[in-house]
Design a protein around this ligand. Sequence first.
Ligand code: SF4
Ligand code: SF4
Ligand code: FES
Length: 258
Amino acid sequence: MTPVKKTARPAVPRKAKAAKARPAPSAAAAKPEEPPKEMLTVYIMGKAHSVPADATIMGAIEYAGYQIKRGAGCREGFCGACATVYRMPNDYRIYTGLACTTLVKEGMWLSQLPAIPSQKPVYDLETLKADVTAFQRLYPEVFRCVACNTCTKACPQDLEVMDYIQAAKRGDVEKVMDLSFDCLSCGMCAIRCPAEIVHFNVGILGRRLYGRYLSKKSPELDKRLKDVKDKKYDKTYRELMGMKKDELKKKYYARDTE
Ligand code: SF4
Ligand code: SF4
Ligand code: FES
């Protein structure tokens, strides 16, 4: 998915961008009643498994009999919990992807990473300024960036990751916010970075600084908050809370999206 060029910041934040490929949820999450038409071989934790050719990595792992207890959340390319690295036969490169949206390929040798270790300083936003000093204080390692662009190539969201790190170095908080807006915190940029930067936390800092100090006041948000306080949506909440899971799911997928 190519990042959309934006001209002006909308008053209300955009919805998160989904990851690239979005196959039907759990294409092969469980063994289907009908045997799959086509199978291929993938290597999971070093062992060969025959899995349906149309499975996502996550579906294939579960088809092979593993239970995913960590490293799965939304299963639809939004939460960033399912970072996966893989290699292909006769190819020296290491690839990254989200297990829930990346389809398996013949000979894929994969490992899912249930968590990416990352440092996250504790800070009080009220003591920071919306300029370069915040990044200098909390994430000085951004100044070690060698502009190799590996982070950008590793990003399953196709974000301009290196550019938002460069923006942090310049103290351009708005640019950091804008370019990192659709970050899922999957951590794949961080595991590839030779400067050992934790990009997603730098992006979070940029978005927090922007929200606290630079964003324009939103009349739409004020109106929506007033509506909530006036209990305008209470009846709808009650209806939703009383719905069965299937009904709720149907409604969710039929919703209006931007
Ligand atoms: S910027 Fe990094 S953490 Fe965020 S989605 Fe891209 S690879 Fe994942
Ligand atoms: S991978 Fe690290 S060093 Fe390379 S461009 Fe990205 S932030 Fe800079
Ligand atoms: S499980 Fe949420 S992005 Fe894959």
